[in-house]
Design a protein around this ligand. Structure first.
Ligand code: KG4
Ligand code: ZN
Length: 377
């Protein structure tokens, strides 16, 4: 079964062809970083406009690279939410129109469900290719951590009551009450004039800093201990900077950056004092420690031994290393998708959509986009 996946919830226009939910024939991602970079964050109106320009060529390229004619596709899977409403609408309306014109079945996929399926998809691909990887088994606790989300789910596999096809159940264990982890990284990077998106650059620069230099303490949650809150930590960084030489340094960096098209990490590092690098490393360490500890607590509370971590922040090298060390100590089975499948892509949407198509969970022309669209119960 060939599924065309379409994803446009944020600032990436993506299309992919996936065979049988287990093999990526193509995955095309058109990034809008260059459009939003100079604003230090995503400008929703510009994002919608870029999606409109890119959606058709991206879908065409996905078909070309897969050597699949659009009429050979067996179904269309589109992201229905959550995300920026104008961005979501472009992919959703395009996918809906395509399914209608080609008389193909259509399914709507929750973006977070897509991130969870990226782990399962890649694991299936690796095992099919004979790579020596362990099976990503369910039930699993999943941390979806990106610029828009920080959520923990318990994911279980069940059977559709009518046709016995696999269906997935998601129980929401916790979520961020304010900023997502990636959003906090991006905002601190903006404060320190490090560029956009902030996560990758903080990941690089933190290697040159002392992660113990600033003690941010642990983030305390009053209610559900599996919820997250990063806005206080972000403000704590602001207090470390405001009114200090670090603020002057950041403004100098901002002025320097304006003179350039783009700055390499090495050049950026050369424009950061050791104190700034220490602050970056300490902040990243506090974010990673919080993500790790709450995810471990969720695995413990759910009594599962499999943990999946996906979303853009799952690219973070410290996060990967910390989870790796933990798996050895706690005997957990930890799964990260490769970086290309951790960030937004349409292969994950096609993979999640494949199961919905098989189980007959089809959408019709009333399928709508939802900016807020919780996953699970
Ligand atoms: O999943 P994604 O592509 O889009 C959303 O759904 O938000 O994630 C983008 C986020 C951004 O906040 C970016 O700064 C962060 O992922 N990110 C990273 C790294 N690479 C991307 N954060 C930390 N370390 C990285 N290496
Ligand atoms: Zn995402």
């Amino acid at each position: 079964m060939l599924v065309l996946g379409i994803e446009s919830s944020c600032d990436e226009t993506a299309a992919a062809i996936v065979a049988d939910g287990a093999e990526i024939l193509s995955s095309v991602v058109a990034s809008q970083i260059a459009t939003h970079e100079k604003y230090g964050g995503i400008v929703p109106e510009l994002a919608s406009r870029e999606h409109l320009r890119k959606i058709e060529p991206v879908v065409e390229m996905a078909c070309q690279r897969a050597h699949v004619g659009i009429r050979e596709v067996d179904g269309v899977a589109v992201t229905e939410g959550p995300g920026l409403i104008g961005s979501l609408l472009v992919g959703l309306v395009y996918g809906k129109a395509l399914a209608l014109a080609l008389a193909k079945p259509l399914v709507g996929v929750n973006h977070l469900e897509g991130h969870i399926h990226s782990v399962l998809l890649e694991n299936r691909m690796d095992r099919r290719a004979g790579k020596p990887v362990r099976e990503a088994r369910l039930p699993a606790v999943t941390l979806v951590v990106s610029g828009g989300h920080t959520s923990l789910f318990l994911v279980e596999e069940g059977r559709h009551p009518a046709n016995s096809h696999p269906v997935f159940n998601y129980k929401r264990l916790g979520h961020t009450l304010d900023d997502a982890a990636g959003e906090a990284l991006d905002k601190v990077a903006r404060l320190l004039a490090l560029g956009y998106p902030g996560g990758p650059v903080i990941d690089q620069l933190a290697r040159s800093g002392d992660a113990q230099a600033v003690d941010f303490g642990r983030i305390k949650m009053k209610g559900n201990p599996l919820d997250f809150s990063f806005s206080g930590l972000k403000t704590a960084v602001l207090y470390q900077v405001r009114g200090t030489p670090l603020a002057v340094e950041a403004e100098e960096r901002r002025a320097w950056r304006k003179t350039l098209e783009s700055a390499s990490t090495d050049a950026l590092r050369a424009h950061c004092s050791q104190e700034t690098l220490d602050l970056i490393a300490s902040f990243q360490n506090a974010v990673v420690r919080d993500l790790l500890e709450r995810t471990l607590a969720a695995a413990d509370a759910s009594q599962v031994d499999s943990v999946f971590i996906s979303g853009g922040v799952a690219c973070n090298s410290l996060l990967r290393a910390r989870f790796g060390e933990t798996s050895r100590v706690h005997g957990l089975r930890i799964f990260f998708p490769s970086p290309a499948l951790s960030t937004d892509n349409a292969a994950m949407i096609a993979a999640a959509g494949y199961y919905k198509l098989r189980a007959g969970q089809l959408a019709d022309t009333t399928l709508a986009a939802h900016a807020s669209f919780p996953l699970g119960t």
